[in-house]
Design a protein around this ligand. Sequence first.
Ligand SMILES: Nc1ncnc2c1ncn2[C@@H]1O[C@H](COP(=O)(O)OP(=O)(O)O)[C@@H](O)[C@H]1O
Ligand SMILES: [Mg+2]
Length: 923
Amino acid sequence: MAPLTWDRHTPAPPPDSIGTEPSPTFEPSDLGLGDSFGEGEGERTVITAATPYDLRPKFTGRAAAIQQLQDLTDKAWKEKSIAFAVVLGEPGMGKSRILGEVIARAKTMHPGIHVLQGVADENAHAYGPIARALTVRFGLQPGEDPAESRDKIQAGVADVVQPSRVTEIAHLIAHLLRVPFDDSPVTTPLLDSPQRLEARLFMALKRLLSAEAERNPVVLVVENLELCGTDTINFLQYLAAGMRDQQVAILGTATSELWKRHAAFGDGEVAPTKIELGALTPAESEQLLRELCKQLSDVPARLVGHVKNLGGSPRAIHELVRLLLESDVIAREGYLWRLDAEKLAAMTLPKTYEELVAARMRVMEATERRVLEMAAVVGETSWLDAIIALERSNQPIRDPDGPTLAQIAASGDHSRVSVVAAIGKLVEREWIVEVPQSSVTGERELRFAYPNLWSIVYKSIDEGRRRSYHAVVARWLELHPEGRTPSVQEEVGRHLALAGHPRDAATCYRRAAEAARAQFANDRAIRLFDRALACIGDHDHSTRIYLWHDLGSVYELIGDFEAALGAFERMLRLSWVAASKTKAAVAFNKMGRVWRRKGDLKLALEYLERGLELFRGASDARGIAGSLDDIGKTLQMLGRYDEAHAKITEALSRRGKRGDKRAIATSLSRLGDVQQDRGQYESAYNCHKEALELRKLSGDRWGCVVSQNNLAALAFELGDIAEARTTWLAALPEAEAIGALPLEALILTNLGEVALVDGKLDEARSRLENALEIIEDIDDRGLESECCRHLATLEKLQSHTQAAREHAERALEIAKKAGLREKEAQAYMTLGDVLSTSLYDADDAQGATTDAEVAYNHAIEVLRAIGNEAALGKALFAFGRYKAETGAIAAGKDMLRDAITLFSKLGLGKPATDVEKLLATLT
Ligand SMILES: Nc1ncnc2c1ncn2[C@@H]1O[C@H](COP(=O)(O)OP(=O)(O)O)[C@@H](O)[C@H]1O
Ligand SMILES: [Mg+2]
């Protein structure tokens, strides 16, 4: 009998239904010599606008606004006093135009004037408009050799500033423009400190512009401030404040959205003058229409009447005249135009800007319209080659490998030529504009002239066509050298989703999300995981399980416990559907950990034990060890140290020496904590130290911070305050850098405690208050109790008895509710301390004494119950001292002796000596 093999049962597709590919043969052609292929083919294509029908009307109306702008700039030039203004108005109201007008007039008066001009859009990198303005200022070309760009920057800077400053300024600008100098002595040391880099960049740009303004007036124009990032906004305010006594004008344009995004804009030292552009008056509208139609012998009354009711938007009036030209209602006959009255009579005149755009699209030539739609599918910003790819994908090709090389050569690259020609027309008619600094390396970038223009065009595209275009764009992006990078993957995912390929889109989003998570870009990761989930729908349970797991973990990291629980709960439900014991166990464990962080230790244990059970059922060794660890830690928090010790030791032995480094580190770290609580300091130190080393080796940044914190806490416990402080100070920025709010809060709380011990009360207050702010957000009860306790001590030290008591009581209440026994005992201690001071303020000394004693007794009771001997020693010390101070010398001495016994047993030399010293003073 033939042996059984799997493949006998696995049906394979019948061979002839697919067929095989014939071996490819090479068909020579002379195409290699043509210019359709070759390096950077896109870069050589020049987009030219042929025979434009210029609509360049004289500037019309708006007398007051332009006068105001002119007065400001005149004053700037004459009195060396900055002109800082922002022109406000809805799209199409003429903001760009009025600034163009002001600049043109300034140029006629001061031929040497320097104008730097940048436009913001959603696609721009950091400092987008500023970078664009500088790109033009230094004459950098897209796709040129970076070395050449650097030379241009260096030379351009050297022309203006004194020699000693050239390197600094040139290197910073080169960095901004993404052509950095290798190993720059200026920027390299700043790379890991973005704030300092930004400060230096600001200064460098200010120096450059100031040096320029020494000689000639300088105008800096930033368009669409509402689309700018905070970086650019801050820079403009900084510049305005720093250049107030120079012949400089900083002019911006914005819609009212500006203050929604940057509420503080204009609150800087130098406030901008706001110039509002409302609707043109009916008379101004008519005037503009007549100006636009000056080549007509007569403007029909119907047009005039219509324009007066068009809402006073100069752009709408322009579009109307363009429509009349494009639909041959107005015919150009040499210089003069002729109006076709019949055609006009037959035409319904659009009443809104949207209708005007739609009407213009209807009369548009087919290729132009197609290219415009293609550009719109790529996005508000698009790239020439992406459009060419779309055009070529439209051509019917029977061979899946494309046309033969001979066919390509014979086509004379018709596709490229016609796309380029159409784009030329579209640029000329102001549908799209070219962007000087492309956001994608080596690609010619195009942008819709106005954002709302893009959305109108996009919405008008037939749905089926739109989908197929999106799929082509996704593939084009992915073939790009940057196509596999996370940011482009997100974009690829977006196109795939719009193309109707949600599963592929989910893969891209997930890839981008994982990259974001690895860089601790947590918000971005969350957004991307959400997208991936939305795209995957109910196509694939196992991927959904992984996605919920990863998303929940990010939520856990940033301390959004509710969201984390929600994510893990879904993971659990899906594990049931998929009948996966291990995945269900992971979900239970994850939820258990979150409950523990939320302070509900009972629920935590329950979940963790369910997880352990499932892992045992699945014989998952790693899972079992992980559960044991987590259970151990929870037991420790409950003060059940011996059980905790047993569980974690079992976990460690299950992992074995050669197990996963991160996992071993986790066990060691937990064991160290338990040992510390049991007073086994040397063993605790070794565990933490070893855990830190393993975490460093495995690149676990979160884990490293945890280990650093553990070591600092141990040093603190042993009385080495300076060491503790240094270690925490080093860990804090690292916790911030990975966006780990719970760790940040923990370290801040600890630093607050150190400051208290050091008597630095102001520092203590600010650290603790910062910590509490985070803690309230992340809902961590253990930490909240701890932080409140320290605040109570602080208030006590500053003699704010009432506040001290309130904080101590809050600490106690939280700990009790959460079942955190050790925290409960500590809160009782703090309450006792706080109450004992009121002995000296309160009249009713007797009553207060009793309260303090009650609190101390509670503390000692709890500590005995949970067997925390180190803490018990401290409590006896405090209570004994208090007794002695209040006259109960004998009882006090007994307690102090008990404390010494405990400290000595634990090998705690320093506290033991402290108590002995105190005992010696009591006679
Ligand atoms: N006062 C004016 N006189 C003549 N044409 C104008 C005037 N204001 C705006 N335009 C024209 O109207 C169109 C839209 O103006 P634009 O400055 O681009 O608007 P915004 O920048 O506010 O969106 C442009 O073609 C522009 O040349
Ligand atoms: Mg504009």
